[in-house]
Design a protein around this ligand. Structure first.
Ligand code: GUN
Length: 281
């Protein structure tokens, strides 16, 4: 079998074009605030991509960039003022934050209706309850969109999620359960990963270990979603050994150009949805 490649770049571009048309028809302009503390290299690239894509669809995105030494009080004061700002419909704190800052306390202080990252406990609870009010984290929302857009049936499938972060693994698992998958979560302490991969119809890997998942472990015809963005010998690669996995899978996402662009598209989608909700009479 030679897997079909799921083109996240094209699917994200289609979403963004649709959003752009919808936003043109609005009387106002959706506003997104991005808070970045420090100079993490990957964060700077992600933030740049988010700013560019927002401008392209007609969302006014504002970057609040602070030095590594920023205090929690300073960020807290900014969040309170953004919570009250009618021109700001969504806000995100780019992670990771410098270690001296209390990430949980800061996220908890964001107005849940502006939490377009879906990291606030109220939105996590809403997702758990399958509530339509939930703002859902962009990466797992993008993954589900890729699966559904590719017409991959989910009900009754064995799905393996590798990595249980709050940004990807946990919400992805919750969404797959709601679609009828039998979900297994693997993490750093999991002992029998090759056996778990061999049983999986769908593998979602978000562990950040370059090419850890070997092609020989993959079940014939499995669907592979690779969230990893790693470097190996100077080259970008995912968590899945692409060159060997492509011969076993039915569908596979590339790195780059798979899940990454979907994260950006779904952040913009969430910002638009938050804008609509905040402006309905
Ligand atoms: N860091 C890595 N992924 C993300 C994300 O989706 N949102 C934020 N805020 N930070 C991240």
């Amino acid at each position: 079998m030679n897997a079909q490649i799921i083109d996240g770049r094209k699917i994200a571009a289609d979403i963004q074009n649709t959003l752009k048309e919808k936003i043109k028809k609005q009387t106002g302009i959706p506003g997104l605030a991005i808070i970045q503390a420090g100079d993490d290299e990957a964060s700077t690239i992600y933030v740049r991509n988010k700013l560019r894509a927002a401008a392209d669809v007609g969302i006014k995105a504002v970057l609040y960039k602070f030095p590594e030494s920023v205090t929690e009080q300073e960020l807290s004061a900014l969040i309170s003022s953004l919570n009250k700002d009618k021109n700001i419909n969504g806000m995100i704190i780019q992670l990771p934050l410098p270690a001296h800052l209390d990430e949980e306390a800061l996220i908890d202080s964001i107005d849940p209706e502006k939490d377009v990252d879906g990291f606030h406990p109220l939105n996590i609870g809403r997702l758990q309850n399958n509530s339509p009010q939930a703002l859902i984290a962009a990466t797992p929302k993008g993954i589900l969109y890729l699966l559904e857009n590719t017409h991959i049936s989910l009900a009754g499938k064995n799905a393996l999620v590798i990595g249980c972060s709050k940004i990807v693994g946990r919400p992805a698992a919750m969404m797959l359960i709601q679609k009828g998958c039998t979900v297994t979560m693997a993490h750093i302490q999991t002992k029998n990963l090759p056996e778990l991969v061999k049983m999986a119809d769908i593998v979602i890997s978000a562990c950040g270990c370059p090419e850890m998942v070997k092609g020989e472990w993959i079940k014939e015809g499995a669907v592979l979603i690779d969230v990893g963005i790693n470097r190996l010998n100077g080259k970008l690669c995912g968590d899945i050994e692409f060159a060997s996995a492509i011969n076993k899978a039915s569908y596979i996402t590339p790195v780059p150009g798979g899940v990454g662009p979907m994260t950006v598209a779904m952040l913009l989608q969430n910002t638009y949805e938050a804008y609509l909700k905040q402006n309905q009479n």
